[in-house]
Design a protein around this ligand. Structure first.
Ligand code: AMP
Length: 277
């Protein structure tokens, strides 16, 4: 496995590979990331993983400075997974002095995470545009855990006519239902015990739908009740949307509705989602 830190080195390494499956990450890898890597390996000649904590997608300097990092450990894990190359540039390599271009997104990027974290998706779209141009993969893999990000990326490649095929992989969860996230490592012991309430709230909404409840406000209130019963009261959003638009549409939910949560536990903000089949 090759570890590349410059654009020149990764372009050179990529040129020697056939079809490439690309997994963009911010590092501090967990089983969720590795599940994407395994799927990419099965579907391509070679896998490239990027590890880059993209500063322009962070709204708060604090979240950026406390974002967990473990490059050496990550590289060892990826070596075991049979990854061909890791691209781990520093910030100046991707954003050299003089960098001025910005992106502006609407539509699926405008609600939920787009409202709670202004500029977040513009930063994600910029770094992915750069990484797709540098690596030129056939396919790029994203987790359903970040459902809105998946929709934003699909829209992005369509809008800029990028030939990269976007694959969405299922959310990997701990045994107690908590969705894998690098941010889980920053939870206190107590908050870690409470955190599976996000999953339980989503399951509860799904069960209510299966039992015949289709009123959006009732289902959203039901999710909030599960969270609040666990002492999780700092709820950024608990919403049910049309997954094509990521906006709410009327009181009766569509048949393929998606429930999404963003909740703060101390300094850590967790998100999760579930289709309400
Ligand atoms: P991140 O390092 O948080 O930017 O995540 C990199 C990629 O891994 C994104 O496409 C995420 O959606 C995906 N990912 C993160 N957590 C999970 C998970 N628990 N299950 C599946 N994919 C995940």
């Amino acid at each position: 496995m090759e570890l590349c830190t410059t654009i020149q080195a990764i372009r050179h390494a990529r040129a020697a590979l056939g079809t490439v499956g690309f997994v963009p990450t911010m590092g501090f890898l967990h089983e969720g990331h590795l599940s994407l890597v395994r799927q990419a390996r099965a579907e391509n000649d070679a896998v490239i993983v990027s590890i880059f904590v993209n500063p322009i997608q962070f709204g708060s300097a604090e979240d950026l400075s406390t974002y967990p990092r473990a490059l050496e450990r990550d590289v060892a894990l990826l070596q075991q997974e049979g990854v061909a190359c890791v691209f781990a540039p520093d910030v100046a390599e991707l954003y050299p002095e003089g960098f001025v271009t910005q992106m502006s997104l609407g539509g699926v990027a405008a609600a939920l995470e787009g409202t709670s974290r202004p500029g977040h998706f513009a930063g994600v779209a910029m770094v992915l545009t750069k990484l797709f141009n540098i690596i030129q993969p056939q396919r790029a893999y994203f987790g359903q855990k970040d459902a809105q990000q998946c929709a934003v990326v699909r829209r992005l490649v369509e809008d800029v006519n990028s030939p990269v095929e976007i694959i969405t992989a299922p959310t990997w969860r701990e045994a107690d239902g908590l969705a894998g996230s690098s941010r889980n490592s920053r939870l206190t012991e107590e908050d870690r015990k409470r955190a599976p309430a996000l999953y339980r709230a989503l399951c509860h909404a799904r069960d209510c739908v299966r039992a015949g409840e289709h009123r959006r406000t009732v289902l959203e209130a039901a999710m909030r009740s599960v969270l609040e019963a666990e002492g999780l009261t700092d709820i950024d959003y608990a919403m049910i949307v049309n997954p094509e638009t990521f906006h709410t549409e009327g009181e009766i939910i569509p048949s393929h509705a998606l429930a999404l949560l963003a909740v703060r536990l101390g300094a850590v903000r967790l998100i999760d989602n579930m289709p309400l089949l």
